[in-house]
Design a protein around this ligand. Structure first.
Ligand SMILES: [Mg+2]
Length: 318
């Protein structure tokens, strides 16, 4: 691996080397979900930990919306695997002293989200500690019509598409977004995805991950990237930079064979809009193109362990 990993990717690369693959593991760590063969089938699973002050602001959004986000981000990972939700378990650490009102609002939020997002609660555990509210959700699912779709499988010549506009999610969308489960299943039914992931940390950081696991490179046409109206220019960063780096878009990034107009129309009839943003090529790394100018894109976007780093010009921000 000649590409240098940074931040969370480097930490995880070293950690994952410690774990031997177990029997029945169809898809191991590094993708949006893992898949385990059990008697009679395959279980798809994924987990996410959300912390007050990092992934939501409890005082501003309330516990019910934090709970909804905790389930929705997991279902977004499940969508990336084009899997059917089967249920979830939740671990909640309440700030000490634990408040009954907070607990009730939290569980009301999980109950409402379970119904809205069609994913029943299977159980969980509650604790209290001197710290912020922490919500750990694990979702279980069943493989969809195309089996378990992973981040590996993109091939040179594939198109790269996203299911919606990017950037500015923290203005509010990160609490209210609808995970693209139905869209992913429709794509899988149509046999479209070669590789797929959900965009949680920004296209600039997530696309290199998909490329790495697929063993390919990619070129992004910057003029084709759909920028959300909420994306804001600030501190020398353009709205396009926001679209590439803000993160928490929770749209799907799909590598697929080129689609003709008829197949695109068929997908649109199923409620799936695919916006083409570039293509997969042999080699490694991500290049961006604007007009006749093409250059390498250093991974940037949100890093969970080192914070926001890098920029579309490459290099780390001090
Ligand atoms: Mg993901």
């Amino acid at each position: 691996m000649s590409e240098r990993l940074r931040g969370e990717d480097a930490w995880l690369h070293d950690a994952l080397a410690r774990f031997a693959p177990g029997p029945g593991v169809r898809l191991g760590p590094g993708h949006d979900c893992a898949a385990l063969d059990v008697e009679g089938g395959t279980v798809v699973t994924t987990t996410d930990v959300l912390v007050d002050g990092v992934h939501f602001e409890l005082e501003a959004c309330g516990a019910a919306r934090a709970a909804r986000k905790a389930l929705a981000v997991n279902l977004s990972d499940l969508a990336a695997a084009a899997a059917h939700p089967a249920g979830f378990v939740v671990g909640a650490v309440l700030p000490r002293p634990p408040s009954r009102a907070l607990f009730d609002e939290l569980m009301g939020g999980f109950a409402a989200a379970a119904e809205e997002l069609a994913c029943p609660c299977l159980g969980g555990d509650t604790n209290a500690a001197d710290g912020p509210l922490v919500l750990a959700v694990t979702v279980l699912g069943r493989p969809g019509p195309a089996g378990v779709v992973s981040r590996a499988g993109a091939r040179p010549g594939d198109e790269l598409s996203v299911t919606g506009p990017l950037g500015g999610s923290r203005a509010g969308r990160h609490l209210t977004f609808r995970p693209r489960v139905a869209e992913a299943l429709a794509l899988a039914r149509a046999g479209v995805p070669h590789a797929m992931m959900d965009l949680s940390d920004g296209l600039g950081r997530d696309l290199p991950r998909l490329c790495r696991l697929s063993g390919v490179g990619a070129t992004v046409d910057l003029e084709a990237v759909p920028v959300h109206p909420d994306a804001r220019a600030q501190e020398g960063r353009s709205r396009l930079d926001a679209a590439l780096g803000d993160g928490e878009d929770f749209e799907l990034l799909v590598a697929h064979a080129p689609l003709d107009a008829e197949r695109r129309a068929g997908l649109r009839a199923e409620g799936v809009t695919l916006v083409r943003i570039g293509h997969v090529r042999a080699g490694e790394g991500v290049r961006v193109r604007a007009g006749d100018v093409e250059r390498r894109l250093e991974p940037f976007g949100w890093d969970h362990l080192e914070g926001e780093a890098g920029g579309p010009g490459g290099g780390s921000r001090a």
